[in-house]
Every structure is written in structure tokens, then in C-alpha cells.
Write a protein that binds this ligand. Sequence first.
Ligand code: CUK
Ligand code: CUA
Length: 678
Amino acid sequence: MPRRSAWRVGRSKLILGVGVVIAVMALIAAACSGDDGGGESSALGGSAADIAQARGLTEADISAALKTYVPSGQQDEYLIFSSGGHAGQVFVIGVPSMRLLKTIGVFTPEPWQGWGYGDQDTMEILEQGRVDGNDVLWADTHHPALSETDGDYDGEFVFINDKANARVAVIDLRDFETKQILKNPIAINDHGGTFVTPNTEWVIEGGQYATPNGWEYAPISEYESEYKGMVTFWKFDRSAGRIDADSSFAMELPPYWQDLCDAGKLVSEGWVFCNSFNTELATGSGDVGSGGEAFEAGASARDNDYMHVINLDKAVGVAASKGVDINGMTVIPLQASIDEGLLYFVPEPKSPHGVDITPGGEYMVISGKLDPHVTVYSFDKIQDAIAAQNWQPDQYGVPVLDFDSVLEAQVELGLGPLHTQFDGDGYAYTSLFLNSSVARWSLGPPYGDEWKLEGEIPVHYNIGHLVAAEGDTVDPDGRYLVALNKWSIDRFFPPGPLLPQNFQLIDITEAPEAAPDTAGMQLLYDMPIGVGEPHYAQMIKADKVLDHVWEVYPEIGWDPSTMSVDPNAPMAGNERVVRNGDTVEIWMTLVRSHYTPDRIEVKAGDRVIWHLTNIDTSKDATHGFSVPGYNINVSLEPGETATVEFDATMDGVFPFYCSEFCSALHLEMAGYFLVAPE
Ligand code: CUK
Ligand code: CUA
């Protein structure tokens, strides 16, 4: 892999060099030919052809620009919901313009949205993500999942996992705010989350690095018996807009490292599929010089790992009858899963990454990171093998189905296949990490005639996930594909040694024959992502979200955490300050361009409970509330109410002000918070 990467860098520099020469030649040619004696050869002046010539744009550049450009005032056709990686957030990006619309605060405080800076509701949601009582205010978000109805995105909710700490979050797309964070009580890290079942009854969170249940201590010498894998099924209550932890359950799995999961759909609805690695049970090289085997060697020694095939519908009943309580989570013991026929394994080559289900639910596509093929399994054949008991038990007694009996096809794509998406025309798209490309391949029946590679398009560089428009639903749209590249190397100005990631927009509307060199795919646009390391993303038709989203809250005094009017919200006319012993409670309204009241006087040591309502109702009339020194910043969108609570420990004079430029007299939207010494 390193050699391959080095080769890529070398080649790209060569291409860049040639590109610069061509561009310079074009500029010289333009300067020589276009000069009419006036000496003006501005890139902004002249006809489109003049501009293209002056900027050295090729025909392909121009067609790409025309496809991505969204004129001012027009909106994008699709939205990407992307994991924010280490940012612990979710990014919302328009397609085809690739304009960033929002970074939704999730696991990490976000100051502009007042997420985690004094607003009690946001503080409480972040506190739901505590681990053993400790704040964990970063996250490694990997896989956003849009809510689905009948296997299609419905635009109502987004879920996201935190790989680093085994947490999941629920975002409501009426106001694009996080409503809930759950810490998984049995695992300290996850990976196979979040993925939803076709009607969003269940939010799947698969594990990753095995630990003893509840991340308790057990010596590593007891790895085989005491360390556990897991998959958790969180029950989503759509009407409440929350996960119901009490109705959720988990399955104990062997201490293989479960990786990614996907829910079956249509013919395979009710089943869940997860890939895994480290079925070798590698435990690392141990102490320096002890001669043990490093994880990357030990965990990739075997030719096969196991795809986990899980009968979720049946597991729901078994959880109720045979589940045991671990840290408050109902867990189906491994032996119960085996006895009840909930869990089967299928061999998968070699150190796989990702499992993706075809739109009709017929096939499970697995990529082997160290195998140049994608391996396609048939759900029908899996069911036949289960019925025929065509299996051998693994070392934990889990039935391992016969590989050949469940195999549908293997398609050789290239080096480092990772993740697969689909379009509506019978093509699949697989990221090739080591090749730095996207492979386009044809699906066999019922989608097309033959399982076969159509070709690939280079991407820059080292692609992880990729996302096509609604490309993991029962009804993919095709049109656009975005490559989520890990490395950008030479693509952008280097802002120090930590380089941005690179989202590359690719047009996939044409048939492979239209451009045989790239199997019909055209690279349109590079978007640097200078925050976090995004992993997965989903792309939804913007209209579907527009059907649900609010631009102002429905009523004044709206509490986003309950999605209802807070009866205690300050309203115009009932603003007041009430002292009760050492507690000072304030009911304050905000309107362009005034706080009522605008002067608050307390004594050092007082408990301050400060209720705020933005009584403006026009679009975008957001007000801020920032108190210096006290780490307080609240964002109050039109109609919203919030409460801030703190002890006035510092005496002094603290001018509070509106931190959102809301009106011509925004600077005057301020007040004094006076804390008299005791
Ligand atoms: S993982 Cu990151 S590139 Cu978490 Cu889905 Cu494959
Ligand atoms: Cu309100 Cu600025």
C-alpha cells in the first residue's frame, strides 16, 4: 500500500506539471491573440469563450462547471448529510453546488448554534453522552442514516454514531437539531452504526474492537472467553422522535471485530448483515520484544472472515424471552442466538470492509480490503443453506454456511475495494482505496445480464466511502456520486501538514459507452473538507426534507427539546425578575433590537436562572445571548425559548449582547449583567 500511494503521488505531480505547462501555454496564447492593443485581457471580461481561453479551461472543465454551478438565488437539488468525523458533528452540503449549508452540533459543542454553551436543554443532551459520568465532548462520527419509510428516505430524521465511544444520536430534520444522545451501556466503541431498517423501527449499532461487557477489566489472556463482540438494536419511536432505550436490545457476538452493518430490505427485510474482521482473535504484539504478532498482521492472517447474518425479526422475540440484563441493556447471550437460529456466518474474503445490500434486497455485496473482488451473496441461497443446515460450526458454535452454496458472483474490480452504492440503472459503484478510483460495475439479474466491471474513474486520492443519490435505498436516483477521499495531497493549497479531505462530485448520468476511459463517469468538482474526517454520507432529494423542515418555530415560546411550547417561556408583557433567597430568576424576551429587561443586578454567589424567548417570528431573525466570562452563548431562533442556569461566581460588570447580526441596531441589542461583590 505505501508503495502504491507513493506511485500515485509521483504520477499526480507529473500530471500537475503537464497541466501547468498547458495552462501557461493557453494563457500565453490568449495574451498574444486576444490583445487588440487596448492591453486589457481580464479573466472576468469578454465572452464565455474568452474567459475559458484566458483561464485555460478545457471543454471538459466547462461542461463540469455548467453542471455544478447553481446560480445565486437557486437551490440545490440534493442534500448530503455527511458524518463530521472527529468534529463530532454532521455536515449538510448542497449538490451539485457542493456548498456547505450547516454543521449540525451533535456530540461536540457548537458555538454558533449555542450548542453546549449554557442552554440547559443542549447541556442535558450532551450530558446524555457522558461515559461513566465523564464529559466526552468530541466524537468520531462515521455513518449517518436518514430515516426511511418503505426503504426510501423520508426526510424526517438523521441518526449518527460515534465510533470512539459507542454512542448514537438522533437529529430531527424539522429544525436540524440533535434531540438525543445515547451511550451504549455494553460497549465502549462501535462502528457498524448507524443503519436503519426499512421503516426505521430499529437503528443498528454494530460493535468494533471487542472488550469485556461494559468495558469491564479482564486480562487479555482471557480474550477468547471474556471479550465480546456485539450488535445493538435501538428501538426508534417515530412519534416521540426518540430512541426508546428500554425497548432496545443487543446481541452478544464472538469477539471478532464487527465492522459495518446494513439492514435487509424488500425480499431480505427483517434480516441484518454485518461484516467482520479479526476472526483470528489477534490480541496484538504485547510488550515490546515479546515476539507477539502485531494486530495488522495477526488480524489479517486468515483468508476468510465472517459476514454475520442475523434474523432480526426473530431476535426481537428472543430478546424478550431469553435476554439478560447487562448494565440496563437487554442482551441475548451468544448461545441463545445459536440455539434459536438467530445468527449465521458466511465466509467473506479477506479482511472485508463494508456490506451493502442491493436495492431490491436480493444480494449482499462485500468488499475485501485485501482482495481485488467484490463478493456478492444471494439472500435466497443463504436461506436455502440455512434450511438445509449446510454449515459447519465455528469455534464458538455459530453455524458457518458453505461459501460456494451462497455465492452469487465475484467481480474483480481492482485494489482495495471498500464500499458500494447503487444507481437506478443496474450499476454499482465501489470505492477502490488503493487504486484511488471508483469502479463502475454491472449487476446481474434481475438488474442486468451479467456481473461485470465496466471501468473506473480516478479520484484524488485514497477514497473511503462514496455516496450516490439515494444510493442505498430501494429506489436509487443515480445522477450524482460523491467520492469521499481521505487524501488530497496536491489538490488544494497546503494549509500546513494536516491537509483537507476531498469530496469529489462525479456525474454518473451517462452510460459507460459515452466515455469508455472512465466508464461514462465525469469528474465535476473538488470540495475541500477542512473539518474532521468524514466517513459515510447519504444524499437525499432536497424536496423530501423541504416537506418537513421549519423555517421558524411554529409558535412563540417553542422549546426544541420537547418540540412544544414551554408554558414557563417568557412572553411579551410578562417579562420580570424574581428573587427568591439566593436564587434570581429572570424571564426575558428578545426582539429586534432589544432585551426586556436589559439590566440585571445580582449578588456574587447567587444562583441565576435566566429564561429567554425570541418573540420575533420572521424568517432568519435569530438572536444571540452571550455573557462574557461565563462561557455562555445561546442561539435563539425565531419563536425559540431557552433557559440558562449558572452560579454568579465572579463579581463584576458583564455586558451581555446579541451575538447574531440581526438588525441595523444589532450593536445596541445589549444589556448589563451586574454582579455586586458579597
Ligand atoms: S468506515 Cu471510514 S472509510 Cu467507518 Cu464506514 Cu469505510
Ligand atoms: Cu439580535 Cu443582534
